[in-house]
Each structure stands twice: as C-alpha cells, then as structure tokens.
Design a protein around this ligand. Structure first.
Ligand code: ADP
Ligand code: MG
Length: 339
C-alpha cells in the first residue's frame, strides 16, 4: 500500500488559505485587487465588526461571465496569465488564481456578477469550500462579493483575531494603500455604516493624500517628478519640518501595485539626509513606472515585497530626484522664490 497521496482540493484550499487569508484585511486586499484588475472606476467596501462578521466589496468592473463564475473559485483558475512567459511581464495585480478558493474555503461567500448590460447575471454561494448555489439572477454589470463569518470553520485561526479596532486598523491601512495606488478609482470604506474613507476617483493623487492625511498636510506637500532610461517617478514629498514618527508614512507604488522594499525606503530617507531629525520619517507617496520585467512580484504570496532587478540604479534615481527638490526648498525660502 502506498503511503503517499495527493490531498483533495478541499484540504489544499484550506492550507493555501492559511497563507493568503491572514485576517479580514487580507480578504479586502484580494477582493479589491480583483476589482481593480477588472477595470472598475468605483469600488465600495463595507465591513461589519472589523470584517469578521461581514465584508462586502462592490465594483462596476468587467464582471465575470456566468459560466466562469464557478470556475473562478477553483485553485489556480485565473484569466490574467496563460503561460510561463506571462509571469515575467505581469501587469495585473492578481495572477496566482489563489484568492477566491482560499477565501471561500474559510468563510461563507456570495458572489453576484454580470459581464453584460442585459441586467442578467449569476449568483454563487459557497460555504467552507462547498458550492451551495449557482443560479441566474438579475443584476447590473460588475461584481458584488459578500464574505460572511470569516474563519467560522477554522477556530484556531479565529482565535488569533485581535480586537475589532485592530482588525479595522489593518483594513483602513489596506484601503489607504489601494486608494494611494489608484487615484483614478473612487473608493469608499464603511464600517458598521460609518464612512471611514472616500476618494473622488478624479486621478488627483493629492486629493487622495488629503482624504487620508488631512487637507492641511496635503496642501504643504511638494510635488516631484523625474524620468530616466528605465524608470519614471511622480508623487509628493513632505517638507523636512513635517516628518512623522511613523515609519510607514513612505508609500511606494510600482506599476499600480503598492509595495514595500527596504532599499527603496532607505533611499527616500537618505534623500532627506541631515534634514531628518532622529526617529522621524518623511511622509512620501511615490508612483514608480518601469517595464514589468524589471520587477519580480512573484516573491511573496501577498505580493507586498517585490524584487528589483536593478535595485541600486533605481534607488539612486529616486534618492537623487527627491534630494534635488528638497534642496530647492531649503536653499530658496518660499518667500524669496521667483513667482
Ligand atoms: P487572480 O486574481 O490571481 O486571477 P482570483 O482567485 O483572485 O485569482 O480570481 C480568479 C478570477 O476570477 C480572476 O482571474 C478573474 O477572472 C475573476 N474575478 C475575480 N474577481 C473579479 C471581479 N471583481 N471582477 C471581474 N472578475 C473577477
Ligand atoms: Mg485576485
């Protein structure tokens, strides 16, 4: 008798869920990323009880074809890449085909979607990875995901959830990152009916900064812009006197994906150099564009950490671009600046 066997899809999904779905904020990240990939211009997120009771993400994107709705919940089912070559030029946020099966394995999911303008669509209900309903329904174009009772069937994971306030903090962080990365999308975040974030989706990054950090901070930010052979950068940096105690105030977005990269963070701080008081961090939002082959996003299941193939050049470019702008600020006091 052979002792080795392949785990059935049900268990495999629960194991994968452990990596992809750490907490309610991870569900929101995955569902919102899917909505962005679907070309949505409006994404509304509503949560109850820190997302543990309910998470609802509604978008006006391309929708899912009725016949694809069930398939979308299979492991490694994706419409975003087709072959190995595609892995080296990823332009979408998703590509692993892991989110939906993982979320559905550890919660009760309802997905209503339509890819048409006929008013007809599909409604799917999956609980703990088991399909309960797959039926036609009336709905407008776009997708509406509701995730209820996250981790209801994995009590060990549920036990690790922190207070509603902590989970909500992670959810807000996630939504801030999405909004900063996509000023052209109108986002809302509501918790138990209260609006926590609202962006206009008019493409203005400064408006998003205002929605997150407040209008007066947004007003004092300095725009930056730079370009060289491989990279271009655009964004806003704070004045040296407006640094913060929170090191997470450096936001870097690469090709529309919010990422964390240690070297890049260091480069930003280096640009402030002696202008930065000890243990203070700048508020910076950078949008970097580069050929997808210069960045490897397939490093981490949540795709937060990325690898740059020419990290040193990139860091020098970013540091130089910011330092130049800051130097202007310091050397030419605002009052003396030519109009
Ligand atoms: P991935 O995003 O890696 O492709 P997912 O499991 O997140 O994998 O989603 C599976 C597929 O379901 C996607 O490739 C996409 O075709 C479809 N899909 C999921 N969410 C949406 C949405 N909000 N709008 C349109 N299509 C969606
Ligand atoms: Mg996805």
């Amino acid at each position: 008798m052979s002792k080795i066997h392949i785990l059935d899809e049900h268990i495999a999904n629960q194991i994968a869920a452990g990596e992809v779905v750490e907490r309610p904020a991870s569900v929101i990240k995955e569902l919102v990323e899917n909505a962005i990939d679907a070309g949505s211009t409006r994404i509304d997120v509503a949560v109850e009880e820190g997302g543990l009771q309910l998470i609802r993400v509604t978008d006006n994107g391309a929708g899912i074809d009725g016949d694809d709705c069930e398939t979308a919940f299979y492991r490694h089912a994706t419409s975003k890449i087709a072959n190995g070559r595609d892995l080296f030029q990823i332009r979408s946020l998703g590509f692993r085909g892991e989110a939906l099966p993982s979320i559905a394995a550890v919660s009760k999911v309802e997905c209503i979607s339509s890819a048409e303008d006929t008013g007809l669509g599909r409604r799917i209900v999956i609980e703990g990875g088991s399909l309960k309903t797959n039926a036609d329904t009336n709905t407008s174009r776009g997708t509406d995901f509701t995730v209820r009772e996250l981790f209801y069937n994995t009590p060990a994971r549920l036990k690790y959830m922190k207070t509603i306030q902590t989970e909500l903090g992670h959810i807000s962080d996630t939504m801030h990152r999405m909004a900063l990365a996509h000023p052209q999308i109108a986002f809302t975040l509501r918790h138990n009916g209260n609006t926590l974030l609202q962006t206009l989706g008019n493409g203005d990054l400064l408006q998003v900064i205002a929605a997150i950090y407040g209008t007066s901070i947004a007003k004092s930010m300095i725009p930056i812009e730079g370009e060289q052979l491989d990279y271009s950068v655009k964004g806003y940096v704070c004045k040296p006197e407006q640094t913060r105690s929170n090191r997470n105030a450096i936001s870097t977005v690469v090709n529309g994906r919010f990422i964390r990269n240690y070297a890049l963070n260091q480069a930003v701080q280096q640009a402030y150099h002696t202008l930065l008081p000890i243990n203070r961090f700048p508020l910076v939002v950078l949008h970097l564009e580069m050929h997808p082959s210069l960045v490897d996003v397939n490093v981490h299941p949540a795709k937060l950490e990325v690898r740059f193939s020419k990290e040193l050049e990139l860091c020098q470019f970013v540091q130089h671009t910011i330092a130049e702008v800051l130097q202007d600020q310091v050397l030419i006091p605002a009052a003396a600046k030519p109009k």
